[in-house]
Design a protein around this ligand. Structure first.
Ligand SMILES: *Cc1c(COP(=O)(O)O)cnc(C)c1O
Length: 368
C-alpha cells in the first residue's frame, strides 16, 4: 500500500495537528544518540521542559514512549508493593491509574467522582485525615474523557499538608492550561507529546521532585520495569559526561519535541495558555449559536478539550462520520458511560486556531 493519506484537520482528543516546523524537524538526518551534538540536544530539551513544567527539578526528561508510559513511569518508580495510594477517579484516565497501582501490588484507596465533575479537594482531605497510612495521592489534572479540569493546586497543597506525594496526569493540561509544578508542590508529573505540544505522538515528558526522589531512594524492592527504572534512566538522561547507553533514544522524535518546545518558548508559555483559553471562548460562543451545550460546568472546563452534549435525536456517530468523510475533520466520541452522549472537540496546540474554529462550526452546522 503506498503511503498516500488524505490530510485531516485534527480537532479531537489527540493527536492534534502537528506544526509544519515540527514535521520538518522530524525529517532531519538521524545522528547517533551518543553523538555529542545529540547529548547537547537532550540537555536543551531538559531545560525547555523545566521551563514548560515551571520547575527546577533536575529529574526532568522524556520517556521514549507515549503518555501512557509516562503514567507507568511515575507509578512503578514511586509505588512499592504494599504502599497505600489514594486514586481519584473521574474518568477513563483515573481508572488507568488504579490499574497501575493494583498491578504493582500497591493498596489502592479509590475516591470516585461523577464523570463530568472535578476531583473535590475537600473529599481528598477528608480521606487523608481518615487514613494516615496513605502516602501518595494520584489524580488527573485535565480529564480528556470528560473535559474536566481539577484544581491541581489545591489538591497538591492538601497532599503536602498530609505528608503525601502526588502523581499528576497533565497529558492534556500541559501548556494549554496554567500548570506550576514547583509552586503547587506537585511531585511526579507526566505529560504527552501529542496533545497541546502539537508534536508527533510517542513521547512522554516527566518530572520528579526532590521529595519523590527521596521516596524512590528508600525503595526496598527493585522497580518491576527495567525499561522505566529511574535509577537506570538517570545515567542516560542525567549529567552530560557520564551518559551511558540504556536504550536508543528515538532520535528524530526528539528533534520534533525540541522544535515543539522551542515554539512554546517563542510564543511564551503564559501566552500559550491564554491562546488556548481565548479560543475556547470563541468556540463556546459559536456552539451556543448552534444551541449545543457543554457537558461540564463552566468553572471546571478544560479550554483545550470541549465535551459537547449530542442533541436529542441526533446520531452522534453519523455526524462524526460526515465530518471525517466529507470535510476531513476529526473530532472525538464519548468513552465509557458517555459513549453516544457527547462529542469531544479538541483545541490543542497548533489545532487551537481561529480559522480551525470557524471551519469546525461551519462543518458542524452542515452536518447537523
Ligand atoms: C492521551 C492521554 C493519555 C495517554 O497518552 P498516550 O500518548 O495516548 O499514551 C493519558 N492521560 C490523559 C489525560 C490523556 O489525555
Amino acid at each position: 500500500m503506498p503511503l498516500e493519506l488524505t490530510p485531516r484537520t485534527l480537532m479531537g482528543p489527540g493527536p492534534s495537528d502537528v506544526h509544519p516546523r515540527i514535521l520538518e524537524a522530524v525529517g532531519k538526518q538521524t545522528i547517533g544518540h551518543l553523538d555529542p551534538q545529540f547529548v547537547e540536544l537532550m540537555e536543551a530539551i531538559k531545560s525547555l521542559l523545566k521551563y514548560t513544567f515551571k520547575t527546577k527539578n533536575e529529574m526532568t526528561y522524556t520517556v521514549s514512549a507515549p503518555g501512557s508510559a509516562g503514567m507507568e513511569t511515575c507509578f512503578v518508580n514511586l509505588v512499592s508493593p504494599g504502599d497505600k495510594v489514594l486514586v481519584c477517579i473521574n474518568g477513563v484516565f483515573g481508572k488507568r491509574m488504579l490499574e497501575n497501582v493494583t498491578r504493582i501490588g500497591g493498596e489502592a484507596v479509590v475516591l470516585e467522582f461523577p464523570w463530568g465533575s472535578g476531583v473535590d479537594p475537600r473529599k481528598v482531605e477528608e480521606e487523608l485525615k481518615k487514613d494516615p497510612a496513605i502516602k501518595i495521592v494520584s489524580f488527573v489534572h485535565g480529564e480528556t474523557s470528560t473535559g474536566v479540569l481539577s484544581d491541581a493546586e489545591a489538591i497538591g497543597k492538601i497532599a503536602r499538608e498530609n505528608d503525601c506525594l502526588t502523581i499528576v496526569d497533565t497529558v492534556t493540561s500541559f501548556v494549554g492550561t496554567p500548570l506550576e509544578v514547583d509552586k503547587w508542590g506537585l511531585d511526579a508529573v507526566y505529560t504527552g507529546s501529542q496533545k497541546c505540544l502539537s508534536c508527533i505522538p510517542g513521547l512522554s515528558p516527566v518530572t520528579f521532585s526532590e521529595r519523590a526522589l527521596e521516596k524512590f531512594d528508600q525503595r526496598k524492592t527493585p522497580v518491576q520495569s527495567w525499561f522505566l527504572d529511574l535509577s537506570l534512566i538517570k545515567n542516560y538522561w542525567g549529567t552530560g559526561e557520564k551518559r551511558t547507553y540504556h536504550h536508543t533514544a528515538p532520535v528524530n522524535s526528539l528533534y520534533a519535541l525540541y522544535e515543539s518546545l522551542l515554539l512554546i518558548k517563542e510564543e511564551g508559555l503564559e501566552n500559550c495558555w491564554e491562546r488556548h483559553f481565548k479560543n475556547h471562548l470563541k468556540l463556546k460562543e459559536g456552539l451556543e449559536k448552534l444551541n449545543l451545550e457543554f457537558l461540564v460546568d463552566e468553572k471546571e472546563r478544560t479550554p483545550q478539550l470541549n465535551a459537547i452534549r449530542v442533541p436529542e435525536g441526533v446520531d452522534e456517530a453519523k455526524v462524526r462520520g460526515r465530518l471525517l468523510n466529507e470535510f476531513n475533520l476529526e473530532i472525538g466520541a464519548g468513552l465509557g458511560p458517555l459513549a453516544g452522549k457527547i462529542w469531544r472537540i479538541g483545541l490543542m496546540g497548533y489545532s487551537s486556531r481561529k480559522d480551525n474554529i470557524d471551519f469546525l462550526l461551519d462543518c458542524l452546522k452542515k452536518a447537523l
